[in-house]
Design a protein around this ligand. Structure first.
Ligand code: NCD
Ligand code: ZN
Length: 356
Protein backbone atom coordinates (compact mmCIF):
# COMPACT_ATOMS: atom_id res chain seq x y z
CA UNK A 1 0.00 0.00 0.00
CA UNK A 2 1.39 3.47 -0.85
CA UNK A 3 2.18 5.84 2.01
CA UNK A 4 -0.86 7.90 2.99
CA UNK A 5 -0.81 11.54 1.95
CA UNK A 6 0.54 13.60 4.87
CA UNK A 7 -0.03 17.11 3.60
CA UNK A 8 -2.39 18.61 1.11
CA UNK A 9 -2.28 22.16 -0.24
CA UNK A 10 -5.30 23.36 -2.16
CA UNK A 11 -6.47 26.66 -3.54
CA UNK A 12 -8.24 28.58 -0.74
CA UNK A 13 -11.75 27.10 -0.43
CA UNK A 14 -15.18 28.75 -0.11
CA UNK A 15 -18.22 27.76 1.94
CA UNK A 16 -21.30 27.98 -0.28
CA UNK A 17 -23.85 27.61 2.57
CA UNK A 18 -23.24 29.14 5.99
CA UNK A 19 -25.27 30.46 8.94
CA UNK A 20 -23.49 33.22 10.84
CA UNK A 21 -26.43 34.71 12.82
CA UNK A 22 -25.82 38.24 14.19
CA UNK A 23 -24.68 40.06 17.35
CA UNK A 24 -22.42 38.22 19.73
CA UNK A 25 -22.99 34.83 18.08
CA UNK A 26 -21.72 36.30 14.80
CA UNK A 27 -18.63 37.67 16.53
CA UNK A 28 -17.97 34.29 18.17
CA UNK A 29 -18.36 32.06 15.10
CA UNK A 30 -17.01 34.22 12.26
CA UNK A 31 -13.28 33.57 12.95
CA UNK A 32 -13.84 29.81 12.52
CA UNK A 33 -14.90 30.45 8.92
CA UNK A 34 -12.43 33.20 8.02
CA UNK A 35 -9.53 31.00 9.21
CA UNK A 36 -10.26 28.53 6.40
CA UNK A 37 -12.45 30.06 3.70
CA UNK A 38 -12.02 32.97 1.31
CA UNK A 39 -15.75 33.55 0.88
CA UNK A 40 -19.04 32.19 2.14
CA UNK A 41 -22.64 32.37 1.00
CA UNK A 42 -24.37 33.85 4.04
CA UNK A 43 -27.82 32.47 4.80
CA UNK A 44 -30.50 35.11 5.38
CA UNK A 45 -32.65 33.35 8.03
CA UNK A 46 -32.21 35.96 10.74
CA UNK A 47 -35.07 37.23 12.88
CA UNK A 48 -36.42 39.26 11.07
CA UNK A 49 -35.30 37.69 7.78
CA UNK A 50 -32.89 39.45 5.41
CA UNK A 51 -35.53 39.98 2.74
CA UNK A 52 -34.42 43.23 1.08
CA UNK A 53 -31.24 44.59 -0.46
CA UNK A 54 -31.15 47.30 2.22
CA UNK A 55 -31.28 44.69 5.00
CA UNK A 56 -28.59 42.63 3.25
CA UNK A 57 -26.39 45.70 3.03
CA UNK A 58 -26.76 46.35 6.77
CA UNK A 59 -26.09 42.69 7.57
CA UNK A 60 -23.01 42.68 5.34
CA UNK A 61 -21.69 45.73 7.19
CA UNK A 62 -22.25 43.91 10.53
CA UNK A 63 -20.26 40.94 9.27
CA UNK A 64 -17.39 43.08 8.01
CA UNK A 65 -17.32 44.96 11.34
CA UNK A 66 -17.15 41.63 13.20
CA UNK A 67 -14.18 40.38 11.16
CA UNK A 68 -11.15 39.40 13.19
CA UNK A 69 -8.47 42.08 12.81
CA UNK A 70 -6.24 41.15 9.88
CA UNK A 71 -2.94 39.86 11.18
CA UNK A 72 0.04 40.25 8.91
CA UNK A 73 -0.80 38.65 5.61
CA UNK A 74 -4.02 36.96 6.81
CA UNK A 75 -6.18 36.61 3.73
CA UNK A 76 -9.31 38.73 3.41
CA UNK A 77 -12.76 37.20 3.69
CA UNK A 78 -15.71 38.20 1.56
CA UNK A 79 -19.29 37.55 2.70
CA UNK A 80 -21.50 36.73 -0.31
CA UNK A 81 -24.94 37.93 0.72
CA UNK A 82 -28.34 36.40 -0.08
CA UNK A 83 -31.95 37.53 0.08
CA UNK A 84 -34.69 35.59 1.85
CA UNK A 85 -37.49 34.92 -0.64
CA UNK A 86 -41.02 35.56 0.66
CA UNK A 87 -44.44 35.42 -1.00
CA UNK A 88 -44.12 39.19 -1.44
CA UNK A 89 -40.58 39.61 -2.85
CA UNK A 90 -40.95 41.81 -5.96
CA UNK A 91 -39.10 41.68 -9.30
CA UNK A 92 -37.83 45.21 -8.50
CA UNK A 93 -36.16 43.87 -5.37
CA UNK A 94 -34.34 41.33 -7.55
CA UNK A 95 -33.04 44.11 -9.79
CA UNK A 96 -31.87 46.08 -6.74
CA UNK A 97 -30.14 42.93 -5.48
CA UNK A 98 -28.41 42.36 -8.80
CA UNK A 99 -27.30 45.98 -9.02
CA UNK A 100 -25.89 45.86 -5.46
CA UNK A 101 -23.00 43.70 -6.63
CA UNK A 102 -22.85 41.96 -3.21
CA UNK A 103 -25.98 39.77 -3.39
CA UNK A 104 -25.26 36.43 -5.03
CA UNK A 105 -28.42 34.41 -4.50
CA UNK A 106 -32.00 34.33 -3.27
CA UNK A 107 -32.89 31.64 -0.74
CA UNK A 108 -36.09 29.64 -0.86
CA UNK A 109 -37.28 28.31 2.47
CA UNK A 110 -40.60 26.52 2.13
CA UNK A 111 -42.59 28.05 5.04
CA UNK A 112 -42.07 25.97 8.17
CA UNK A 113 -39.33 23.73 6.70
CA UNK A 114 -36.57 24.58 9.18
CA UNK A 115 -35.11 27.03 11.74
CA UNK A 116 -36.48 30.59 11.22
CA UNK A 117 -38.47 29.74 8.11
CA UNK A 118 -41.94 30.96 9.14
CA UNK A 119 -41.65 33.95 6.75
CA UNK A 120 -40.83 31.55 3.91
CA UNK A 121 -42.74 30.84 0.73
CA UNK A 122 -46.17 29.20 0.95
CA UNK A 123 -46.75 28.63 -2.80
CA UNK A 124 -43.68 29.09 -5.00
CA UNK A 125 -45.24 28.77 -8.44
CA UNK A 126 -48.44 30.48 -7.28
CA UNK A 127 -46.99 33.66 -5.73
CA UNK A 128 -43.39 34.02 -6.91
CA UNK A 129 -43.51 33.51 -10.68
CA UNK A 130 -42.77 37.13 -11.71
CA UNK A 131 -39.93 37.32 -9.23
CA UNK A 132 -38.45 34.01 -10.39
CA UNK A 133 -38.67 35.23 -14.00
CA UNK A 134 -36.72 38.34 -13.03
CA UNK A 135 -34.10 36.12 -11.40
CA UNK A 136 -33.85 33.94 -14.48
CA UNK A 137 -33.49 37.01 -16.70
CA UNK A 138 -30.66 38.54 -14.67
CA UNK A 139 -28.83 35.31 -13.78
CA UNK A 140 -29.56 35.47 -10.04
CA UNK A 141 -29.31 31.95 -8.55
CA UNK A 142 -32.19 30.46 -6.52
CA UNK A 143 -30.81 28.60 -3.49
CA UNK A 144 -33.29 25.93 -2.49
CA UNK A 145 -34.03 24.25 0.82
CA UNK A 146 -35.43 21.20 -0.96
CA UNK A 147 -37.91 19.64 1.43
CA UNK A 148 -41.70 19.59 1.31
CA UNK A 149 -43.41 20.62 4.53
CA UNK A 150 -46.50 18.44 4.09
CA UNK A 151 -46.89 16.72 7.49
CA UNK A 152 -48.29 13.69 5.66
CA UNK A 153 -44.89 13.05 4.06
CA UNK A 154 -42.38 11.06 6.13
CA UNK A 155 -39.49 13.29 7.21
CA UNK A 156 -36.97 10.95 5.55
CA UNK A 157 -38.83 11.26 2.21
CA UNK A 158 -39.27 15.04 2.11
CA UNK A 159 -36.35 15.72 -0.23
CA UNK A 160 -37.35 13.05 -2.75
CA UNK A 161 -40.97 14.26 -2.76
CA UNK A 162 -39.78 17.88 -3.17
CA UNK A 163 -38.03 16.91 -6.41
CA UNK A 164 -41.28 15.65 -7.92
CA UNK A 165 -43.66 18.24 -6.51
CA UNK A 166 -41.55 21.43 -6.73
CA UNK A 167 -38.14 21.09 -8.37
CA UNK A 168 -39.25 19.45 -11.63
CA UNK A 169 -42.25 21.78 -12.26
CA UNK A 170 -40.16 24.83 -11.25
CA UNK A 171 -37.34 24.00 -13.64
CA UNK A 172 -39.76 23.05 -16.44
CA UNK A 173 -41.33 26.51 -16.12
CA UNK A 174 -37.96 28.32 -15.85
CA UNK A 175 -35.37 26.17 -17.65
CA UNK A 176 -32.64 28.86 -17.59
CA UNK A 177 -33.00 29.74 -13.89
CA UNK A 178 -29.78 28.98 -12.01
CA UNK A 179 -30.63 26.67 -9.11
CA UNK A 180 -28.53 25.39 -6.23
CA UNK A 181 -30.07 22.40 -4.46
CA UNK A 182 -28.77 23.16 -0.97
CA UNK A 183 -27.50 20.53 1.48
CA UNK A 184 -28.34 17.53 -0.65
CA UNK A 185 -28.98 14.43 1.48
CA UNK A 186 -30.28 11.60 -0.69
CA UNK A 187 -29.41 9.33 -3.59
CA UNK A 188 -32.57 10.65 -5.28
CA UNK A 189 -31.16 14.19 -5.03
CA UNK A 190 -27.76 13.13 -6.37
CA UNK A 191 -29.33 11.33 -9.33
CA UNK A 192 -31.56 14.30 -10.09
CA UNK A 193 -28.75 16.88 -9.99
CA UNK A 194 -26.41 14.69 -11.99
CA UNK A 195 -28.88 14.05 -14.77
CA UNK A 196 -30.99 17.22 -14.96
CA UNK A 197 -30.59 19.59 -17.88
CA UNK A 198 -29.73 23.25 -17.50
CA UNK A 199 -27.93 25.30 -14.84
CA UNK A 200 -28.23 23.26 -11.63
CA UNK A 201 -25.75 22.40 -8.89
CA UNK A 202 -25.83 21.23 -5.27
CA UNK A 203 -24.01 21.82 -2.02
CA UNK A 204 -23.13 18.93 0.29
CA UNK A 205 -22.33 19.21 4.01
CA UNK A 206 -19.48 17.42 5.79
CA UNK A 207 -21.89 15.76 8.21
CA UNK A 208 -23.97 14.20 5.45
CA UNK A 209 -20.75 12.81 3.92
CA UNK A 210 -19.49 11.35 7.19
CA UNK A 211 -22.54 10.13 9.11
CA UNK A 212 -25.81 8.32 8.56
CA UNK A 213 -28.97 8.50 10.65
CA UNK A 214 -27.66 5.98 13.19
CA UNK A 215 -25.63 8.88 14.60
CA UNK A 216 -28.87 10.43 15.85
CA UNK A 217 -29.60 7.47 18.09
CA UNK A 218 -26.18 6.11 19.06
CA UNK A 219 -26.55 4.96 22.68
CA UNK A 220 -29.46 7.40 23.18
CA UNK A 221 -31.00 10.49 21.65
CA UNK A 222 -28.27 12.79 20.28
CA UNK A 223 -29.57 16.34 19.74
CA UNK A 224 -26.26 17.67 18.43
CA UNK A 225 -26.57 15.41 15.39
CA UNK A 226 -29.99 16.78 14.52
CA UNK A 227 -30.15 19.08 11.51
CA UNK A 228 -32.47 19.62 8.58
CA UNK A 229 -32.57 17.95 6.19
CA UNK A 230 -32.08 15.16 8.72
CA UNK A 231 -29.26 12.59 8.31
CA UNK A 232 -30.36 9.71 6.08
CA UNK A 233 -29.62 6.00 5.54
CA UNK A 234 -26.14 4.68 4.74
CA UNK A 235 -27.00 4.15 1.04
CA UNK A 236 -27.69 7.87 0.73
CA UNK A 237 -24.45 8.83 2.49
CA UNK A 238 -22.55 6.63 0.04
CA UNK A 239 -24.24 8.26 -2.95
CA UNK A 240 -23.35 11.72 -1.61
CA UNK A 241 -19.73 10.72 -1.00
CA UNK A 242 -19.48 9.31 -4.49
CA UNK A 243 -20.91 12.53 -5.98
CA UNK A 244 -18.76 14.89 -3.90
CA UNK A 245 -15.53 13.04 -4.69
CA UNK A 246 -16.34 12.42 -8.37
CA UNK A 247 -15.01 15.74 -9.64
CA UNK A 248 -18.41 16.50 -11.22
CA UNK A 249 -18.54 20.34 -11.25
CA UNK A 250 -22.20 20.35 -10.17
CA UNK A 251 -21.28 19.35 -6.61
CA UNK A 252 -19.51 21.68 -4.19
CA UNK A 253 -18.86 22.45 -0.56
CA UNK A 254 -21.49 24.01 1.70
CA UNK A 255 -21.10 23.34 5.41
CA UNK A 256 -24.59 24.46 6.53
CA UNK A 257 -22.79 25.16 9.82
CA UNK A 258 -25.61 26.43 12.04
CA UNK A 259 -24.76 27.57 15.58
CA UNK A 260 -27.29 27.13 18.37
CA UNK A 261 -26.58 27.53 22.09
CA UNK A 262 -26.28 24.21 23.91
CA UNK A 263 -29.55 24.82 25.77
CA UNK A 264 -31.53 25.43 22.56
CA UNK A 265 -30.61 21.96 21.32
CA UNK A 266 -30.82 20.06 24.60
CA UNK A 267 -34.48 20.57 25.45
CA UNK A 268 -38.04 19.28 24.87
CA UNK A 269 -38.07 20.62 21.30
CA UNK A 270 -34.46 21.07 20.28
CA UNK A 271 -33.42 23.25 17.34
CA UNK A 272 -32.18 21.81 14.05
CA UNK A 273 -28.60 22.67 13.07
CA UNK A 274 -25.09 21.23 13.44
CA UNK A 275 -22.07 23.42 14.13
CA UNK A 276 -19.19 22.40 11.86
CA UNK A 277 -17.44 25.65 10.96
CA UNK A 278 -14.51 25.21 13.39
CA UNK A 279 -13.43 21.85 11.92
CA UNK A 280 -14.97 22.17 8.48
CA UNK A 281 -11.99 21.41 6.26
CA UNK A 282 -10.71 18.70 8.63
CA UNK A 283 -14.13 17.01 8.45
CA UNK A 284 -14.26 17.19 4.65
CA UNK A 285 -10.67 15.91 4.33
CA UNK A 286 -11.59 12.98 6.59
CA UNK A 287 -14.53 12.09 4.35
CA UNK A 288 -12.51 12.40 1.13
CA UNK A 289 -9.69 10.31 2.60
CA UNK A 290 -12.17 7.61 3.61
CA UNK A 291 -13.30 7.50 -0.01
CA UNK A 292 -9.65 7.32 -1.16
CA UNK A 293 -10.22 10.52 -3.14
CA UNK A 294 -8.25 13.26 -1.39
CA UNK A 295 -7.02 14.44 -4.77
CA UNK A 296 -10.52 15.62 -5.66
CA UNK A 297 -11.02 17.74 -2.52
CA UNK A 298 -9.74 20.87 -4.26
CA UNK A 299 -12.30 20.72 -7.08
CA UNK A 300 -15.15 20.25 -4.58
CA UNK A 301 -13.97 22.86 -2.08
CA UNK A 302 -12.31 25.52 -4.21
CA UNK A 303 -13.08 25.25 -7.94
CA UNK A 304 -16.61 24.00 -8.64
CA UNK A 305 -18.42 26.65 -6.57
CA UNK A 306 -16.83 29.70 -8.21
CA UNK A 307 -17.39 28.02 -11.57
CA UNK A 308 -21.13 27.78 -11.00
CA UNK A 309 -21.52 31.22 -9.43
CA UNK A 310 -19.39 32.84 -12.15
CA UNK A 311 -16.83 34.19 -9.67
CA UNK A 312 -13.03 34.04 -9.82
CA UNK A 313 -11.17 31.40 -7.85
CA UNK A 314 -9.52 32.56 -4.64
CA UNK A 315 -5.92 33.70 -4.85
CA UNK A 316 -4.37 32.04 -1.78
CA UNK A 317 -4.03 28.44 -0.65
CA UNK A 318 -4.91 26.34 2.39
CA UNK A 319 -2.75 23.52 3.71
CA UNK A 320 -4.10 20.52 5.56
CA UNK A 321 -1.88 18.20 7.56
CA UNK A 322 -2.50 14.61 8.54
CA UNK A 323 -2.22 15.06 12.25
CA UNK A 324 -4.82 14.07 14.81
CA UNK A 325 -6.99 16.46 16.77
CA UNK A 326 -9.84 15.90 19.18
CA UNK A 327 -13.00 17.94 18.66
CA UNK A 328 -13.59 19.89 21.91
CA UNK A 329 -16.64 19.09 24.06
CA UNK A 330 -17.87 22.66 23.75
CA UNK A 331 -16.91 26.04 22.32
CA UNK A 332 -17.50 29.49 23.80
CA UNK A 333 -20.20 31.53 22.06
CA UNK A 334 -20.45 34.93 23.70
CA UNK A 335 -21.90 34.37 27.17
CA UNK A 336 -23.13 30.96 26.07
CA UNK A 337 -21.58 27.74 24.75
CA UNK A 338 -22.25 25.53 21.77
CA UNK A 339 -21.46 21.87 21.20
CA UNK A 340 -19.65 21.27 17.90
CA UNK A 341 -20.56 18.30 15.73
CA UNK A 342 -18.58 15.18 16.63
CA UNK A 343 -17.58 16.65 20.02
CA UNK A 344 -15.07 14.39 21.75
CA UNK A 345 -14.13 12.43 18.64
CA UNK A 346 -10.78 12.31 16.91
CA UNK A 347 -10.21 13.75 13.44
CA UNK A 348 -7.15 12.61 11.48
CA UNK A 349 -6.68 15.97 9.70
CA UNK A 350 -6.13 19.55 10.75
CA UNK A 351 -5.69 22.88 8.99
CA UNK A 352 -2.15 24.12 9.19
CA UNK A 353 -2.25 27.70 10.40
CA UNK A 354 0.61 30.08 9.83
CA UNK A 355 2.67 30.63 12.97
CA UNK A 356 1.82 33.99 14.62
C1 NCD B 1 -30.39 25.79 9.87
C2 NCD B 1 -30.37 26.87 10.96
O1 NCD B 1 -30.21 26.52 12.15
O2 NCD B 1 -30.49 28.05 10.62
N1 NCD B 1 -30.60 24.50 10.47
C3 NCD B 1 -30.29 23.31 9.95
O3 NCD B 1 -30.64 22.28 10.54
N2 NCD B 1 -29.61 23.20 8.84
C4 NCD B 1 -31.41 26.10 8.85
C5 NCD B 1 -31.30 25.29 7.58
O4 NCD B 1 -30.40 25.47 6.77
O5 NCD B 1 -32.16 24.42 7.35
ZN1 ZN C 1 -28.72 26.03 6.19
Amino acid sequence: MPDPIKRLTIRRPDDWHLHLRDGEVLRAVLPDTTAQFGRAIIMPNLKPPVSTTALAQAYRRQILDAMPAARGSAPAFEPLMTLYLTDRTTPDEILRARDSGFIHGVKLYPAGATTHSDAGVTDLLGYCMDTLEAMQACGMPLLVHGEVTDPGVDIFDREAVFIDRVMIPLRAALPELKVVFEHLTTRDGVDYVREAEGPIAATITAHHLLYNRNALFQGGLRPHWYCLPVLKREQHRRALLEAATSGNPRFFLGTDSAPHPRGAKEQDCGCAGCYTARHAMALYATAFEQAGRLESLEAFASLNGPGFYGLPQNAGTLTLERSEQTVPDELAMGDDVLVPLAAGSMLPWRVLTDPD
